[in-house]
Design a protein around this ligand. Structure first.
Ligand code: FES
Ligand code: FE
Length: 436
């Protein structure tokens, strides 16, 4: 049980009142507590299976501040091995991605097979004698590793609930993306990565709930005619949260009467595949009417699948799909990992266009992302300032709303996206984990 510091007490009260202390976005003590209570016990997204399709393929990823080599062994099994030599603690993997049958430590040369087994120790007999047993000195595997539809998650807590239980009803929304085709998804290259002076929660807020910011933050895109001007477009749709889990989704369609290219404007053949591949009729119906889909899986994975303008006058616009991890580096500092993905069996012309669509709109070069990161950095600075730290911020939007009884999906849904309901649900779970 964590000690209830004044800040935690303020947080517990604040979630219910819709008033959160600004300093949660820039506070060394809270950062340390998050590492232990949140990142030490949550299912954290590591990689997509398509990043490591062949035996020996690996990528380097992080859970909290722990580096893991996510690697497919010669036996085809995916493992996550702590990148810390069992001899004296050096990193044994010096590249962010690659293919290797073995990892050799650059310090004294201990060599591990890609399933983690220690197989080589220089001068083993002379240095360690006959009693030394290499079998006891393999790389540490992550305590838990599970896969959902190609998405690899890791958990540092051996007692954690299963990934399936952790995800709960957010799976219904994830399937709108992972089951659009029975062939599954593939990444379009390695992730773009960049460091931003902000907090992981602040970045995530935009993706789990804040369609309200789009009209102002992304005004330049409205003026260029790339995003719609009418506030109805940002408001319209359902905001859904999964109580008790912290996850949330925004399913944005088009206001009644507006011209909407169905099914994100994916090519006709993909629509046909989805009809056969979605687990339920309801999921297909929802997907067909969706223009922008955002999903956030607690704690730090967000997914965004938009087509920008409903009347798609913007030349050549096709939808894009991005997965991103808001990886905390320190108080007020994150590294963003951002992947573009596409259905494996999508037409080649579409794969190329969706990649360009991603690069133009999102990612480190994308117009949207640059608008957002400028704002996140300045909010974070304020949250760490002597005056700002004492202030409480407003999370009161939509407090009087009642849930939409007609929404066909699971979770608690509101028929408008101008609400902080998903955020209040996220922070409820966040505080619960900090305190338990
Ligand atoms: Fe790795 Fe010594 S620290 S071999
Ligand atoms: Fe934004």
């Amino acid at each position: 049980m964590a000690v209830k510091t004044p800040m935690l007490e303020e947080l517990v009260k604040g979630v219910e009142e819709g008033l959160l202390p600004a300093r949660i976005f820039n506070d060394p003590e809270l950062f340390a507590l998050e590492q232990e209570k949140i990142f030490g016990r949550s299912w954290v997204y590591l990689a997509h299976e398509s990043e490591i399709p062949k035996p020996g393929d690996y990528v380097l990823r992080y859970v909290g501040n722990n580096p893991y080599i996510v690697v497919r062994g010669e036996d085809g099994e995916v493992r996550a091995l702590l990148d810390m030599c069992r001899h004296r603690g050096m990193r044994v993997c010096r590249a962010e991605m690659g293919n290797a049958s073995h990892f050799r430590c650059p310090f004294h040369g201990w060599t591990y097979r890609n399933d983690g087994a220690l197989v080589g120790v220089p001068a083993e007999r002379e240095a360690f004698g006959p009693s030394f047993n290499k079998a006891e000195w393999g790389l540490y595997p992550i305590p838990r590793l599970e896969v959902f539809d190609g998405m690899i998650f890791g958990n540092l807590d051996p007692q954690a609930p299963s990934l399936e239980e952790w995800l709960g009803d957010i799976r219904w929304y994830l399937e709108l993306i992972t089951k659009r085709s029975s062939a599954g998804l593939e990444v379009l290259g390695p992730p773009q990565r960049w460091v931003v002076n902000t907090d992981w929660k602040l970045a995530l807020e935009t993706f789990i709930s804040d369609s309200y910011h789009t009209l102002m933050t992304h005004r330049s895109l409205i003026e260029l005619g790339i995003a719609p001007r009418d506030a109805k477009y940002a408001m319209y749709g359902e905001q859904v949260h999964i109580p008790g889990k912290g996850h949330g989704s925004m399913v944005i369609g088009a206001p009644p009467g507006a011209k909407l290219p169905p099914f994100w404007r994916y090519p006709e053949e993909m629509l046909e595949r989805a009809k056969a591949s979605y687990p339920s009729r309801e999921q297909f119906e929802v997907a067909r009417e969706t223009r922008i889909l955002l999903i956030t899986v607690f704690p730090n994975l967000s997914i965004h699948n938009p087509i920008r303008k409903p009347d798609h006058k913007y030349q050549g616009a096709v939808p894009m799909l991005t997965f991103r991890v808001w990886h905390p580096l320190g108080p007020g500092k994150i590294e963003i990992f951002s992947w573009a993905l596409v259905e494996k069996d999508a037409p080649e012309w579409f794969k190329e266009k969706t990649r360009l669509s991603y690069l133009r709109f999102f990612g480190s070069s994308g117009t949207f992302e640059q608008d957002d990161t400028e704002i996140w950095s300045l909010v974070t600075q304020n949250a760490g300032s002597s005056q700002g730290r004492g202030l409480r911020l407003c999370y009161r939007m939509g407090m009087d709303l009642t849930p939409d009884p007609n929404w066909p999906g699971p979770g608690v849904a509101y028929g408008i996206n101008f609400t902080d309901a998903n955020l209040r649900n996220f922070y409820r779970r966040y505080v619960e984990m900090l305190l338990s």
